[in-house]
Design a protein around this ligand. Sequence first.
Ligand code: NAP
Length: 306
Amino acid sequence: MDNPQLVIIGSGPAGMAAALYASRARIKTLLLERISPGGQMLLTHWVDNYLGFPDGIMAYELVEKMTAHAKRFGIDEMNGEVVSLAKVQDGIRLELANGDSILTRAVIIATGANPKRLNAPGEQELTGKGVSYCATCDGPFYRDQTVAVVGGGDTAVEEALFLTKFARKVYLIHRRDRLRAVALLQEKALSEPKIEPVWNTVVESVNGVNAVESLSLLNKVTGERSELPVNGVFVFVGLAPNTSFLPLEVKRDEQGFILTDEWMKTSVPGILAVGDCRAKPLRQIITAVGDGATAAFAVSHMLTTE
Ligand code: NAP
């Protein structure tokens, strides 16, 4: 294969939208994906707020539709993990984990983010044995059991609601006395009889031998400590961006999210960033898609004016 003009790293909604717009602009594009397309959409069950689907849509179905659409006008695709990239005289060079190297004129980073850990004792040891970061994947194992969800954002509340399909009881443990999630989700969760909020509370440890048995909790207002018996705990306490492979010249905020301008350009010419790995106020499928379109347009402009 000749050198691509553009490499898009990651095929979540931001990367797929960039691929669609780049291929329609007749940019020779390579879409690189570590495992399979979809990004964090694969971690959720149902999407209720992507415009054009008034009844909502199963997340995997939206992934299939987006993948088919992104490929429709012709792009190259490859599985591979980028371990480093560097600006060189004739473009940008990407190094892959398998030892391959790719030279290109422009790169769109669409590597998304991963769920953050609580970093509580027992969490790591019991991951996969009752500690989970994906309700869609693991929720069905907890039919008629008791689970806890940790976090107060959109993900925690949405996934707590999803877990009520299976679990007998869902504790929603939040470190403050007010949820961060959008109002509609809050209303649904707080009126759901199976969900019991546990306010002002943090998890001090996850306990169990071969499976999760309980959580040690601390109420931050009263200072009271307690033990909550649960069969599983789902942790949704925010996102950490997948940006550690980038060189220091690509400027990031203190949490590692990539800083861009309104064209999605980073501090390094020829390198753009889109979607959840970018510093921005609203991380949604709909904003990821907008980022991808804008970045492809910027690359098209760059390639024709350079
Ligand atoms: P988030 O919005 O950053 O919320 C993280 C939650 O975890 C917050 O409630 C935070 O508490 C809590 N938290 C953080 N660190 C903690 C710790 N160490 N211990 C206990 N609690 C902790 O993350 P998210 O819910 O994963 O959402 C990420 C992005 O995706 C957001 O932009 C969100 O809107 C978006 N999203 C959208 C949808 C949707 O539209 N349907 C669905 C999922 C996600 P505080 O509130 O006290 O900070």
